[in-house]
Design a protein around this ligand. Structure first.
Ligand SMILES: *Cc1c(COP(=O)(O)O)cnc(C)c1O
Length: 367
């Protein structure tokens, strides 16, 4: 049993003006602008080797003072989370299954040899930040306040071992549609030169290193006119794993919904597990299993696979219109925006934005 830390609070003396904020909220984009405050919690291991969290605080948003030898800058000891806060019609602010993110961050922490943060402190951090920056939650269609909790190794030390000083932080950024503009099917590029994760690696952890490794293939994708990269496991019959930052689903004509199983290489998406639940409850036969690129190609050719979509917090559910590869492409039937994908998307987004009843108890009020 851990008791939640006491938070102190220092409000910004120079918050953005209401006009500036309104201009940002009218056209937020993704990840370009940040709210007036941030949450910080410090972790330290003492001389006896006992670690503990302390000094939980809300403070003005601003640059971090870090020693140039801080471990995170050299060895990438870093993890993060991503979630969204939505303003409902009555002005209250809610987020989606945050306890799942708290648990997953601790999973990532174990893999990256970072300290686990009490779930209650994680949740309180979100509440604290949103309480003071509530006016930053955009209300446009599909808009939300993106919350980015993260943990970094701050200890000034170049030796290679888990850092004894760490900080947990939360920043928030008003966000519009992740891919910009109207929802339309995206083209994705099949990465054949690079893998995202290997057995025993960090594929299941939400860490910056995985994203750094996805940038070179992402450049390839962009050169091919694609928005995202799909990764395979080349040592497992080219089994489909996931995109750089989203899980993947296949809708079959006979009512099956197939997604790669959690095999230690892929991220345990909160959206993924929610889609699985919603699909089961509407009678779809959900299968978490291996699906290879050959099955994908054959399934589209035979008409068995009718829709393919990607899912994650940032983009919710995005239809995949086409998979481009070095040896031709696999186009989804009907150009991509399938009925099942869009219907699940509507239900999920409805729960998140408060227009569909939350019968699952997935929403947590933040402010
Ligand atoms: C964050 C992330 C996802 C999606 O997870 P959600 O919890 O649904 O946002 C999928 N894949 C990777 C690699 C990720 O980092």
């Amino acid at each position: 049993m851990t008791t939640a830390l006491e938070f102190t609070q220092q409000l910004s003396e120079h918050p953005k003006s209401a006009e500036e904020r309104a201009a940002i909220l009218a056209n937020p984009g993704f990840g370009n602008h940040f709210t007036d405050h941030t949450v910080v919690v410090d972790y330290k291991v003492d001389v006896d080797g006992n670690g503990g969290w302390s000094n939980a605080r809300l403070e003005p948003y601003g640059p971090i003072m870090l020693d140039p030898s801080a471990a995170v800058l050299h060895y990438g000891q870093e993890i993060f989370e991503g979630m969204k806060a939505y303003k409902h019609a009555d002005g209250t602010v809610w987020t989606f299954r945050p306890e799942e993110n708290a648990k997953r961050m601790n999973l990532s922490a174990r893999r990256l040899a970072l300290p686990e943060l009490p779930e209650e402190t994680f949740l309180e951090s979100l509440r604290r930040l949103v309480a003071v920056d509530k006016e930053w939650v955009p209300t446009g269609e599909g808009d939300a306040l993106y919350l980015r909790p993260f943990m970094i190794a701050t200890e000034a030390f170049l030796g290679v071992r888990p850092a004894r000083e760490v900080s947990f932080r939360v920043i928030a950024s008003p966000a519009g549609n992740y891919f910009g503009g109207e929802l339309q099917p995206v083209s994705i590029w099949l990465s054949e030169n690079y893998a995202r994760a290997g057995r025993g690696g960090t594929g299941e952890a939400k860490c910056g290193g995985n994203y750094a490794a996805s940038l070179a293939p992402q450049l390839e994708a962009e050169a091919q006119g694609c928005k995202q990269v799909l990764f395979l496991d080349p040592f497992n019959d080219n089994a489909v794993e996931e995109l750089g930052g989203m899980n993947i689903f296949f809708v079959f004509a006979d009512g099956r919904l197939v997604t790669p199983e959690l095999n230690g290489n892929i991220l345990r998406g909160v959206t993924r597990s929610s889609v699985i639940q919603l699909a089961k409850d509407r009678g779809l036969d959900v299968q978490e299993r291996k699906i290879t690129i050959d099955e994908w190609r054959a399934g589209v050719e035979s008409g068995e696979i009718t829709e393919v979509f990607a899912c994650g917090t940032a983009a919710v559910i995005t239809p995949i219109g086409e998979l481009k590869t070095q040896h031709g492409s696999i186009a989804s039937p009907g150009s991509g925006a399938g009925e099942v994908s869009m219907s699940i998307r509507k239900q999920l987004l409805g729960i998140q934005t408060g227009t569909v009843e939350d019968t699952y108890g997935w929403m947590t009020r933040l402010a």
